[in-house]
Ligand binder design. Structure first.
Ligand code: SF4
Length: 442
């Protein structure tokens, strides 16, 4: 039988889809890229934004409409949140939440053998039902970008930021075993993987649920693994980003100097309403210590929300001040939109849409000015880049990232993904450095 698998959302969901792929193939299903010829259609959904849910729902409904006999599986975060309704309406046949995605093949097979077998909702959030993630199948998986892998180290989140749906759909924090994580990375490095990104909703909280080693120790031990050329981590939370972590980054050159540290707002009043549990003063202390210990090499990126309920002009100006004071290399900026099921959804949405749009435009324009002036300071410098692919704009150029996670367009001879190239920066366009490849230093 053939299955079609479509994925929406974040890197965690993409990782879950890889596990689903392994599980389906282990049960004898063959993947097809043509949805209309599939016997089983799996849609791995995202709930972070309403638009993502609407899009996934449209795809599920289309799949049902075009091929009534296909077995439709709604998986992932939206399954956890709303699947019961979709199953009652006959839009989907079964729902598999994030805890059980790695065993989706077994669940699907069971239902196909007997359509009335067992429950249609597989939405447990019991810790002992959590299916293991770091499998050898995942290590052996063949991928186009075989030089780089994401390695999930935690699942779930219990921080309950008031705007965020994640804790409601992905459940409690579960830290994976450090020995399994390190073993997994060793196996990846042994088969030629050069770069690894450790993944979690808040990686800095690693180990807080089960007495495992703290995150900075895990990172330090991963940095010692032979063969790795770059080690990154996503996402950090300022409330748990400790001075030991800064020292581990400083002392281990293999760890990327590009740090993503979501600020969300520059106003203490708004941070409190968001339940972020840090102040702007605390955030600036972390930034100062990163800059002090890592020097000009360090590049900080962030997430910012404007128009959160109750945000005044003064609060918004505090966010602009933070942008000026930190000098982010990149900011992912959003206008707040309420998410049903979150605490903030019950707050009066006091900022009119036109004001949100104006504030977003002002923030984007300020951030752009800063990025360009910061990147221009790098003209003439030598940077080490890992090539990711051919440039989409010019087939003679190559796209990669520097060791501090800045995009770079490299002019040079044919370079395969994973090639390590040294460049001299000659120009800046948009948010990318341009440079010519030179002979790498040892
Ligand atoms: S830390 Fe906050 S924003 Fe991040 S996943 Fe958890 S609740 Fe959501």
């Amino acid at each position: 039988m053939k299955y079609f698998l479509e994925t929406f959302g974040c890197q965690m969901n993409k990782n879950d889809s890889e596990l689903m792929e392994l599980s389906m193939e282990a049960e004898g299903f063959n993947r097809t890229s043509v949805r209309d010829e599939a016997d089983v259609v799996i849609v791995n959904t995202c709930s972070v934004r309403e638009a993502a849910e609407s899009k996934a729902f449209t795809h599920i409904r289309e799949a049902r409409g075009r091929r009534r006999k296909a077995f439709i599986v709604i998986a992932g975060c939206m399954a956890q949140r709303t699947a019961e309704t979709h199953i009652k309406n006959g839009i989907a046949d079964i729902a598999v939440g994030p805890y059980e995605t790695p065993v989706v093949g077994r669940i699907v097979k069971q239902h196909l053998l007997n359509r009335k077998a067992g429950p249609m909702l597989h939405l447990t959030q019991e810790r002992d039902q959590f299916a293991p993630r770091l499998t050898d199948g995942l290590v052996a998986m063949r991928k186009e970008d075989s030089w780089h892998r994401f390695v999930t180290i935690t699942h779930g989140c219990e921080n309950y930021c008031t705007y965020c749906i994640v804790p409601h759909v992905r459940g409690k924090l579960i830290s994976f075993s450090s020995s399994e994580i390190l073993d997994h990375i060793r196996k990846l490095a042994d088969q030629g993987v050069l770069a690894v990104t450790l993944l979690g909703q808040n990686v800095n909280q690693y180990g807080q649920d089960n007495g495992e080693i703290p995150f900075h120790r895990l990172l330090e031990q991963a940095a010692q693994i032979q063969g790795l050329k770059r080690l990154s981590f996503l996402t950090s939370h300022p409330k748990d980003f400790n001075p030991e972590l800064v020292r581990v980054i400083r002392d281990n050159p293999v760890i990327s100097r590009g740090i993503h540290l979501p600020l969300q707002s520059g106003s203490d009043a708004i941070l409190k309403k968001m339940n972020r549990k840090y102040t702007i003063a605390h955030y600036m202390q972390i930034i100062d210590s990163l800059k002090k210990e890592l020097g000009s090499d360090c590049s900080i990126t962030t997430d910012l929300i404007v128009g959160f309920p109750g945000e005044t002009e003064e609060d918004y100006q505090a966010t602009l001040d933070a942008v000026r004071n930190v000098g982010f290399n990149e900011a992912f900026t959003y206008a707040y939109s309420p998410r049903e099921g979150t605490a903030a959804c019950s707050f009066p949405d006091s900022v009119p849409d036109e004001v949100k749009s104006e504030r977003l435009a002002g923030l984007v324009s300020l951030q752009r000015e800063f990025v360009i002036s910061r990147l221009r300071e790098m003209i003439g410098s030598r940077q080490r880049v890992i090539i990711e692919r051919r440039s989409s704009r010019n087939q003679n150029d190559f796209f990669g990232k520097t060791h501090n996670d800045i995009s770079a367009i490299v002019r040079g001879n044919d370079m395969l993904p994973g090639t390590i190239a040294d460049i001299i920066v000659t120009d800046v366009k948009g948010a990318a450095l341009f440079g010519n490849a030179v002979t790498p230093d040892k």
